[in-house]
Ligand binder design. Structure first.
Ligand code: SF4
Length: 112
């Protein structure tokens, strides 16, 4: 499954990243994680992500779109900390990561 990227007038990337979803063939299913280290795949934690089992579009809404449903899911996600850490380390500009929006992550980065 691949997701289309949307481009804004300024040419910046929006939409669901192609490497965002979990590949069950490579990583296994939730709760049955294979021995894949973070060095081999920095997104290995996504195997246990709740968003991989839902509509990815909710996590990458159009500009001005609601983030409420996605954030509600993040509250119960067991890899929330890894998700937020990954987004901060990789300067993910778009979407909900670790329960925070782009703007919330920017604020968090400024405070750190
Ligand atoms: S914290 Fe939210 S965005 Fe991150 S993996 Fe979990 S459900 Fe997905």
């Amino acid at each position: 499954m691949a997701f289309e990227e949307n481009s804004t007038a300024s040419g910046s990337r929006r939409g669901v990243p192609e490497d965002w979803f979990v590949d069950p063939v490579r990583l296994g299913v939730p709760g049955v994680r294979q021995a894949v280290t973070e060095d081999e795949n920095p997104l290995a934690w996504q195997t246990d992500s709740l968003c991989a089992q839902t509509d990815p579009e909710a996590f990458f809404p159009e500009k001005g779109g609601s983030t409420r449903d996605a954030k509600k899911i993040c509250v119960s996600c067991e890899v929330r900390n890894q998700c937020l850490e990954y987004a901060l380390q990789n300067d993910e500009r778009f979407g909900i990561w670790g329960g925070l929006s782009e703007r919330e992550r920017r604020k968090l980065r400024k405070r750190a």
